[in-house]
Design a binder for this molecule. Structure first.
Ligand code: NIG
Ligand code: FE
Length: 410
């Protein structure tokens, strides 16, 4: 089956397979072809180029006049498997409580964990599938999903099995991350060592035995998991082949970046608070810094210093952090717009960060993240727009006409 998309106003993010990520000043370069065609064969991109060289026939031809095409968003950091919501905490924050105060009185992550423990696997799957479908309609074509709202052996496994089932039932690439080290359960409040032992001695072996995770994560933060705790967990994960992707520097800088780089983390995520040592630690590493601007927006906390990171020659990825407490939104279009508006990223930088660099942060560079022959035909066809800068500029509008996943309209 071949589908030919013709008269594409601009084909965005055209790359050779050898480009795995873009860094520093290269992030401001977004390769495109104007007045282009794109040929899909079954589920992959088979050819593309200028309309001057358009193939003469295909099983199906779609005229895209006035519209642009870009690869689907790669959302490398989400927690979309959760139960219920935390709308009450949202109102509590409006009325003056801080995110930290809510967490300290047993709300926050522990609130979500309680709800998830009481929810059946089937119900959790139904709630999560709805969110996944929603973000696919918003143009996300590859996603990472974390555990971390279970915090018991059984509930963590339940979350990861739901992620596995989503992967089986939906045809976008899904990567699973084990985040047992998300918060200390109340019963371990005075026995932190005991909970870390539970993660290392019971959770990790079971997660590995059932092959439920690709990556391992920890919330390395003051009041949560210390640098030493994180080091222990990442060290123990090594023997199971779990690559780290770590929550660091959301509220404080305590050495989370350094310990993650030491363990060759694939990514370090959040980074709202960064000092020069953190930036230095990332130089020369293969670790992708990941910013989560809708979390900053929702919690009114600082935005990741994107310009400093890129000016240091580093790459940067953008992701949603979709979760019930700090970011109840999985809209990558909003993330890209907010990165431009609040973090002073150019549209070119933001689109690179949300596609090719997001793919890198999930180890999916060979499959998605750019218009490249052989990669999945996971595509966003925009409505008629004057330029790609219109996507972040027109931040409240839905400018997506059609989403293609594996070569098919969804
Ligand atoms: O990435 N920071 C840690 N974890 C999540 C939010 C947790 C929650 O509030 O449920 C995050 O923001
Ligand atoms: Fe997160």
């Amino acid at each position: 089956m071949t589908t030919l998309l013709i008269n594409i106003k601009e084909l965005i993010q055209v790359r050779e397979i050898t480009t795995k990520k873009v860094s520093g000043s290269d992030m401001n370069i977004l390769p495109t072809i104007k007045n282009a065609f794109l040929l899909i064969e079954n589920d992959v991109i088979a050819a593309y180029g200028s309309m001057k060289n358009v193939p003469t026939s295909a099983d199906k031809t779609i005229d895209c006049v006035g519209k642009m095409i870009l690869p689907t968003w790669c959302d490398s950091h989400t927690h979309i498997v959760y139960a219920g919501n935390r709308e009450q905490e949202f109102v509590d924050r409006i009325n003056g409580l801080t995110y930290e105060e809510i967490a300290n009185r047993g709300g926050g992550i522990l609130n979500s964990a309680k709800k998830l423990q009481e929810t059946s696997e089937e119900e959790l799957y139904q709630q999560s599938a709805k969110r996944l479908e929603e973000v696919m309609q918003l143009g996300t074509g590859a996603v990472e999903i974390k555990s971390g709202y279970g915090l018991t052996v059984n509930a963590e496994l339940k979350m990861l099995r739901v992620i596995k089932k989503l992967r089986e039932n939906y045809n976008i690439p899904i990567k699973a991350t084990f985040l047992g080290a998300h918060a200390f359960p109340t019963e371990y409040k005075n026995n932190k060592e005991g909970y870390i032992n539970l993660i290392i001695d019971e959770m990790l072996p079971k997660v590995a035995e059932e092959k439920l995770a690709d990556f391992v994560d920890a919330f390395c933060e003051t009041g949560y998991f210390s640098v030493e705790d994180t080091d222990r967990i990442l060290t123990a994960s090594q023997q199971y082949g779990l690559t780290p992707k770590v929550h660091v520097n959301q509220f404080t800088t305590i050495g989370g970046v350094q310990v993650s780089v030491k363990h060759n983390a694939l990514s370090v995520d959040h980074l709202e608070v960064m000092n020069t040592e953190d930036i230095e630690a990332l130089k020369g590493s293969e670790t992708m810094p990941v910013a989560l601007p809708s979390c900053s927006y929702f919690l009114s906390i600082p935005y990741t210093p994107a310009r400093e990171i890129m000016d240091a020659g580093l790459p940067l990825a953008l992701a949603t952090d979709y979760n019930p407490g700090s970011t109840p939104s999985g809209n990558m279009n909003f993330v890209v717009a907010t990165a431009c508006i609040k973090m002073k990223m150019t549209p070119e930088e933001a689109i690179n960060a949300a596609t090719i660099n997001g793919a890198y942060a999930m180890n999916l560079s060979d499959e998605v993240g750019s218009i490249t022959i052989g990669k999945k035909a996971n595509l966003i066809v925009t409505k008629e727009i004057p330029s790609y800068g219109f996507l972040p500029y027109s931040f409240g509008s839905n400018l997506i006409d059609t989403v293609f996943i594996n070569g098919k309209e969804i």
